[in-house]
Design a protein around this ligand. Structure first.
Ligand code: EPU
Length: 433
């Protein structure tokens, strides 16, 4: 089991280069299955969720070659299995993208039902609804979802909730379906647009991604492509907040500033200075931080995946802030850990009241999910004393060399390995988020 040990109190300064977006990469890699030729994917983040995706592709019969640091050539022509077993699927929530990609290519798929989730109820009813509307039948048995269709036909899909995963899965399944598919009440996140751009670069005909109506005219074949994944807006936002929390001064490189608009606006309100350039941003603090109210909503609103990080920053601001979670049922489980570091936060359902005490103290804490882990790192960097963070496998699911990047900015953080006595228990706790 690995831990992070952070000695807090150092200002972050210097430059950090943001990696490719996790939530785009975990959809684009399965989408390669739809191609009739090899694809080269660049700017792939080195995170455990991506490694699981690549493992699943290899196990299915694809040839995966690493052409350099973050570049992969994937040849899907050898795929001869359409199954993602429980053992691999449970480690990564996004394994559900293999459903849409396999169905779209082979008219059938067998993928383990995603496991439990620390963010609360995480149904996939909208994914299954979309597959049914396109002509697939599904059965659930022994924890596996089986999909099959004689033929997929374009149709009208209206989502009952705005869902990133189901929007992407509907795109994957519809891209080769006969005729026109119209997805209404679609999610609009940057990774939806990235998946559409990737599929279009293989010859798909997708229009409207980034709006709430996406139109897909099915094509018969998709060819190989060379594509670069967009930068990770959440990794960028996390570093912006880490800089603000330590009253630092950093340049965040390899970003698309437009994707960060809601984060930038909120941070400016809190008292963070931001100067934007074409593909980078300077972020610094030279005055007091002040309270703010934050409500997370689907894009273009403030992202839920930045909620624990901004809540942590608000502990360091003057005044009482209110943070409301508008996407997930339970995204305040990390608050107990922050309390161990001296935070004064009251949670009532989906609303947290944060008293800006202006300071945090180091403590041993545990990451309960990916973004909770990021929040604890930020807290540790800003705290007086030493913070030890356990269960950092959550953080490594979605942040590419977080400690290395932070060290380069002047943080005192190291990763240590400690003997793991509770093998079976720990392994079960590694279900995906
Ligand atoms: N929902 C349903 N039925 C469905 C699907 C979703 O009711 O069939 C509900 C969910 O319960 C939730 C809401 O709709 O309340 C939004 O869920 P969504 O489907 O958008 O989430 P997701 O696709 O499962 C992705 C990201 C999450 C991120 C959310 C929201 C990936 C792999 N995961 O999840 O990322 O929080 O969108 O933006 O793309 C993270 O990176 O830390 C993370 C959790």
């Amino acid at each position: 089991m690995d831990k992070f040990i952070i000695k807090g109190g150092r200002r972050l300064t210097g430059n950090v280069v943001i990696s490719g977006a996790k939530n785009a990469a975990v959809a684009i890699l399965p989408a390669v299955i739809l191609s009739d030729e090899p694809c080269v994917i660049e700017n792939v983040p080195n995170i455990s969720d991506v490694n699981i995706c690549l493992k699943i592709l290899r196990e299915m019969g694809a040839t995966v070659e690493n052409l350099g640091k973050d570049v992969y050539r994937i040849d899907p022509t050898g795929i001869d299995k359409v199954c993602v077993p429980y053992e691999t699927a449970r480690k990564m929530r996004a394994s559900y993208y293999f459903l849409g990609a396999l169905l779209g290519k082979f008219n059938k798929a067998r993928v383990s039902m995603p496991g439990g989730c620390p963010l609360g109820d995480r149904p996939i009813d909208q994914h299954l609804k979309a597959f049914s509307i396109l002509g697939a039948e599904y059965t659930l048995s022994q924890g596996m979802i089986d999909l099959k269709a004689d033929k997929l036909r374009g149709n009208q899909i209206f989502f009952d909730v705005v869902t990133v995963g189901a929007t992407m899965n509907a795109m994957l399944a519809a891209v080769k379906a006969e005729g026109l598919t119209v997805i209404e009440n679609a999610a609009k996140e940057p990774h939806i647009v990235d998946l559409a751009n990737f599929l279009n670069s293989m010859g798909a005909n997708i229009m409207g991604a980034g709006t709430d109506v996406i139109k897909i005219r099915g094509v018969k074949h998709l060819h190989g492509t060379n594509y670069s994944v967009i930068p990770d807006q959440i990794e960028a936002g996390t570093f912006m907040i880490a800089a603000a929390a330590t009253k630092g001064d950093i340049i965040v490189e390899n970003i698309i500033p437009k994707h960060l608009e809601s984060i930038t606006k909120k941070l400016e309100k809190i008292g963070v200075n931001i100067e934007q350039y074409d593909d980078s941003m300077r972020v610094w603090v030279d005055g007091p931080l002040v309270k703010a109210n934050v409500k997370t909503t689907p894009h273009p609103g403030f992202p839920t995946d930045m909620q624990p990080q901004i809540a942590t920053l608000l502990i360091l601001a003057e005044g009482t802030s209110i943070v409301t979670e508008g996407v997930w049922e339970q995204r305040f489980r990390y608050v107990d850990e922050l309390r161990r570091m001296g935070a004064d936060i009251t949670v009532n359902g989906k609303v947290a009241l944060i008293e800006g005490t202006g300071k945090l103290m180091g403590a041993p804490v545990k990451a309960c999910d990916l973004r909770a882990g990021a929040a604890l790192i930020i807290a540790g960097l800003a705290a007086n004393g030493i913070t030890e963070i356990e269960d950092i496998f959550h953080i490594e699911r979605g942040y590419d060399c977080m400690e290395g990047k932070l060290r380069a900015l002047g943080a005192d953080i190291e990763k240590i390995s400690v003997p793991d006595n509770k093998t079976a228990e720990t392994d079960n706790s590694r279900a995906a988020v």
